[in-house]
Design a protein around this ligand. Sequence first.
Ligand SMILES: [Mg+2]
Length: 301
Amino acid sequence: MRAVNFGVIPNISRTFSKDVSLDMFRRMCLAKYFDLGLVEAVKGDLTRYLVYLSLGQEATAAAISKAVPEYMLFTQHRCHATYLAFGGDPAKLRDELLGLSTGTSGGRAGSNCIQCHGGKITMFGHHGLIGENVPLGVGAAFGSRKPTICFFGDGAAEEDYVFVAMGFAVTHKLPVLFVCEDNDLSILTPTKVRRSWSMTKVANALGMPAMDIADDPWTIFKKIQKLKCNLPAFINIYACRANWHVGVGTDGPPEWDRFKMVKNELKKLGLEKQIIQIEKKIQDEMEKLWDKKRLQKLLKK
Ligand SMILES: [Mg+2]
């Protein structure tokens, strides 16, 4: 069932305005070049924490942040793209990873526990127990009735408290969007070795709309716009991590490269000039953000 174009609506990019398409691409660039700068900082032994990179999985956050920018966010590891796409300050995230007091959690939490309360976004990270952000997000939605997204991975989907929280959300008709970023791996173990069932079918059986799709940003945007009218809902998005579960190494080439595919699609739409400009601008900004001399200066303070 997992495939690069699974569930993708043919020619959907043509139905979007250029502005929306380019802004989703800009958000993908931000996540990509932030993490590429971080990779060099890790190699230079300048960071304080283990890192969980969003590289390869940028499209999901870019599309969802564009479709539902106002939602409360409950994330787990591999959430740099989510923080950045929803409007988080890249310098604060960098500082967090350097262990500086100017970081998102005062430099005390690291990559998987990005906290951002007030300002552009409301985001709660997790503390180490995989999937714990799901019941926490459901509880927050129950108390506040604010629209909420719980992001988790295909490994976390196997935790019993995730099911229980999803069932509770159905019972109380809570405005929660459950997003599974499905890279088909729990650390190093593929889904087919771990389970024979589908999380989408479980969510459906609990009584919420649920679907599987690949990480085409235009399709994700369209599907989320429909699902948000019928919450709680579940969306399982097939994506490919480019780097290890934790750290900056790679296991080899990923199954597909969505960033490259999105660029090609934008070129077909006649936007080549614009995407070159956007990519160059973000690349330059992130190079400055992660400049080695600048980091060394910050760390000496
Ligand atoms: Mg996974």
